[in-house]
Design a protein around this ligand. Structure first.
Ligand code: FAD
Ligand code: SF4
Length: 473
């Protein structure tokens, strides 16, 4: 048996930073076969419980070994509607791979020896998408007369729509932006998740009869009551967590300080990297500081350094994070890729102030050094500022990526919809039903920022409840 993990193909760092092409190229067939053969087919496979939607990992890997790629695709699709997407963005090192028998006990994330489950999933997912494998649907005469509205077209909304459409339910997705996909489109850059992969998955929904209405903000264009009056029997809310948090420190309103959401949306969704051909510009600094330690911070920094390269600017992009690399919530692969691409990481630093020039453009950041103290409510050790440790660094573009919260456009005009102190929608965790009968919710709008597969897991649960709800009449 091949004991060494198979290294996935990647574009080399020097060439990839000059553009937005996909970085991870996936496994070739021989590589997938070698990696799949490393799986020892445990009698009690723990990896399955590590996956938020419980994919039968053992079976699909065995099918790859047998070269039954159609079968592997179908096995995955029973639990996960979008394997090509999850195979690219899932933080598997905290999920299925962490539970793999090859991960050493007590590790914070998967050991390098753990089976590369997500890359095998990507291999099977891409195979199924290319072959356009049609999955049997369970069309139901009664359900085909039912209409359900889905608000938001992120992974939660898309997944819920797919689950319902498979039974013949007529689904209309309402999306506030001019393009569908939510964070998968406007947040995650195309060098991690190319648009064509997302489009393939969305096309498969259209083939199932799902209708997509963009530029339609529910709460502004129509209310929940109006959707019911239009004949929708149930409504699913997949509103996401689209409102950025800020640090509230002096100087944070200076020019050239962006939220990561705005910066990424301008580039990924509005195509700012090809300004002036595209009409939305973005400022490109010579000394960029990104504040944060999650996937959003990695994405913002990796976009910023690409823009510097593409515009002939000597690259200088630094991430400021208040804890250490171990506590960084970002995917391990993104941290490695960021380092390879020349991004500098400053650990244990806490910004205190931005300093501007006479025209109110940021020119410096003042920060303090920290040390780790006692664990906080998240279980991670709290950063404690070291007295008299403050320092200044040059910074003409800052991007704040410290977290996201609920968008309240819809909830603020729907008083019957109960929310918690953060503005997240409260649901019955068994059914995902909200305080309004017939209105269900899932994804980041329930419980805050999570992962793509967690959002899809909630959406699947909600879809099952919606079917029961509409059948009850
Ligand atoms: P979203 O993806 O946020 O989609 C919500 C959609 O609803 C949006 O399109 C929004 O425009 C629309 N909407 C909101 N309100 C309305 C309204 N009133 N009317 C109509 N439409 C509305 N997770 C991972 O697993 N792996 C990663 O690598 C990863 N990287 C990330 C990188 C970034 C930059 C960000 C921001 C997040 C990342 N995440 C990652 C987290 C993941 O993307 C989210 O958990 C996931 O997208 C949540 O899905 P969702 O469908 O709930 O919400
Ligand atoms: Fe692992 Fe994510 Fe695939 Fe589940 S969806 S098996 S957690 S990579």
């Amino acid at each position: 048996m091949n004991k060494e993990p198979v290294k996935v193909n990647e574009k080399d760092a020097l060439s990839r930073v000059k553009g937005f092409e996909e970085v991870v190229l996936g496994f070739s067939e021989p590589q997938a076969l070698l990696e799949a053969a490393r799986c020892i087919q445990c009698r009690d496979p723990k990896c399955i419980s590590g996956c938020p939607v419980g994919i039968d990992i053992k079976t699909f890997i065995a099918q790859i070994v047998q070269k039954d790629y159609d079968g592997a695709y179908s096995t995955i699709r029973q639990k996960n509607n979008f394997p090509s997407i999850c195979g690219r963005v899932c933080p598997a090192e905290y999920q299925c791979r962490k539970a793999c028998v090859f991960t050493k006990k007590g590790e914070s994330f998967a050991s390098p020896e753990a089976i590369e489950i997500h890359f095998l999933e990507r291999f099977a997912g891409d195979h199924g998408a290319q072959k356009n494998i049609d999955l049997k649907t369970g069309k139901d005469e009664k359900l085909s007369r039912i209409k359900v509205a889905v608000v938001g077209s992120g992974p939660a909304g898309l997944c819920c729509a797919g689950e319902l459409a498979r039974y013949g339910i007529k689904v209309v997705i309402f999306e506030g932006l001019h393009k569908t996909g939510g964070v998968l489109r406007y947040g995650i850059p195309p060098f991690r998740l190319p648009d064509k992969i997302l489009d393939l998955e969305i096309d498969s929904l259209k083939k199932l009869g799902v209708e997509l209405k963009t530029n339609t903000i529910i709460g502004k264009v129509k209310t929940i009551d109006e959707l019911f009056a239009d004949g929708f029997s149930a409504i699913f809310l997949g509103l996401g967590a689209g409102i950025p948090a800020f640090m509230g420190i002096p100087g944070e309103n200076l020019c050239n300080i962006y939220s990561a959401n705005e910066f990424l949306t301008r580039v990924n969704l509005m195509g700012a990297y090809s300004f002036p051909e595209r009409h939305t510009p973005v400022n490109i600094g010579e000394h960029v500081v990104v504040v944060g330690g999650g996937n959003t911070a990695m994405d913002a920094a990796r976009v910023a350094i690409r823009l510097q390269h593409m515009n002939g600017i000597k690259p200088d992009t630094t991430i400021f994070y208040r804890r250490t690399e171990v506590e960084m919530p970002a995917r391990r692969l993104e941290i490695e890729h960021a380092k390879e691409e020349g991004i500098k990481l400053e650990f244990l630093v806490k910004p205190q102030e931005f300093i501007g020039d006479e025209k109110a453009f940021v020119k410096k950041i003042r920060a303090s050094r920290c040390e780790l103290g006692e664990p906080d409510s998240s279980g991670r050790r709290r950063p404690v500022v070291i007295p008299n440790s403050s320092f200044e660094a040059t910074c003409d573009l800052a991007i704040i990526a410290i977290g996201l919260g609920a968008n309240k456009i819809l909830t603020s005009v729907t008083p019957k919809l109960t929310t918690d102190k953060y503005g997240d929608v409260i649901v019955n965790p068994e059914t995902m039903e909200t305080s309004i009968k017939g209105v269900f919710a899932g994804g980041d709008i329930v419980g805050g920022e999570g992962t793509v597969i967690e959002a899809m897991g909630m959406a699947k649960k909600a879809a099952a409840s919606i079917i029961k709800h509409v059948l009850r009449g």
